[in-house]
Write a protein that binds this ligand. Structure first.
Ligand code: XBP
Ligand code: MG
Length: 254
């Protein structure tokens, strides 16, 4: 017997909103300026640094693989958490200005899913404060409670591509992977969600359009809107032109 679709689990960065180039990157650079360390990550370099998830991990990757651990700020290892705190402050302030909107179709889909009693969750590598700031500034303060679990940041030992964050969300919701669908935008993201056994739908963005999404149920440019149809890049959505609960249930039953 087929399992019923009970929950939707969303990645945040790149999936709910295009946060990386004009959000996280800008906040990292503001933190580097604040601490006077002379680093500046341009949009192309940042794309390469997205190979690793997690902001602290990303700064360490830059130091080791790009600077070969030369001319690092004094006490770099100890400075990383401090820099990261400053980066989170800059990022949440930026979100407070309304600079980063949700991606097309996200708000509509969340409202519809709630009406249809589908449970909602978040599984992300970013810092919890960043998730609440994005939700509050785009959907309002009450939207935090729409999610059964907001699994974020350092609550698990291994970040994506490890499956830990999705495993955590499933445990918290007491659901089996086959009762859920995951939404991701990146190769590391789908490795994580599929590693937890959750069928996954992808919406790509500028940084991830060429990633390997083998095994995805569907790869789309966006979730689409009734007046803004999506383009399917991998997989078929039959007659559907935007992601709604009917399409999700059909994909889940396949
Ligand atoms: C998101 C990330 C995060 C953010 C920065 O990956 O890689 O590192 O860029 O967040 P995913 P923090 O969308 O796969 O979860 O600086 O708060 O770690
Ligand atoms: Mg992502």
């Amino acid at each position: 017997m087929k399992t019923e679709l009970k929950a939707l689990i969303f990645d945040v960065d790149g999936t709910l909103a295009d946060t990386e180039r004009d959000g996280h990157r800008v906040a990292f650079n503001a933190a580097f300026d604040e601490y006077g360390i002379g680093w500046n990550w341009d949009a192309d370099l940042y794309g390469e640094l997205l190979a690793v998830t997690g902001g602290k991990e990303r700064m360490k990757l830059y130091a080791s693989d790009f600077l070969h651990n030369k001319n690092l700020p004094e006490n770099f290892e100890q400075l990383v958490p401090e820099l990261h705190k400053a980066k989170t402050r800059h990022y949440t302030e930026l979100l407070g200005t309304g600079a980063i909107p949700l991606r097309p179709g996200i708000e509509r889909l969340l409202h519809e899913a709630r009406k249809q009693n589908l449970r909602l969750a978040i599984a992300t590598t970013t810092t919890p404060d960043n998730v609440t700031a994005l939700l509050e500034n785009t959907l309002g303060i009450d939207s935090i409670d729409w999610f059964d679990v907001i699994a974020a940041g350092d609550i698990v030992p291994a970040k994506k591509p490890a499956s830990d964050i999705y495993d955590f969300a499933l445990r918290e919701m007491q659901l089996a992977p086959g009762e859920c669908l995951a939404f991701e935008d990146s190769h590391n993201g789908i490795l994580s969600s599929m590693g937890a056994g959750i069928p996954t739908i992808i919406t790509v963005n500028g940084y991830t359009v060429d990633h390997d999404f083998s095994g995805a149920l569907l790869v789309l440019d966006t979730m689409g809107e009734p007046d803004q149809p999506f383009t399917a890049l991998q997989g078929t959505a039959s007659k559907h032109t935007f992601v709604d609960c009917a399409l999700l249930k059909a994909l889940h039953d396949r």
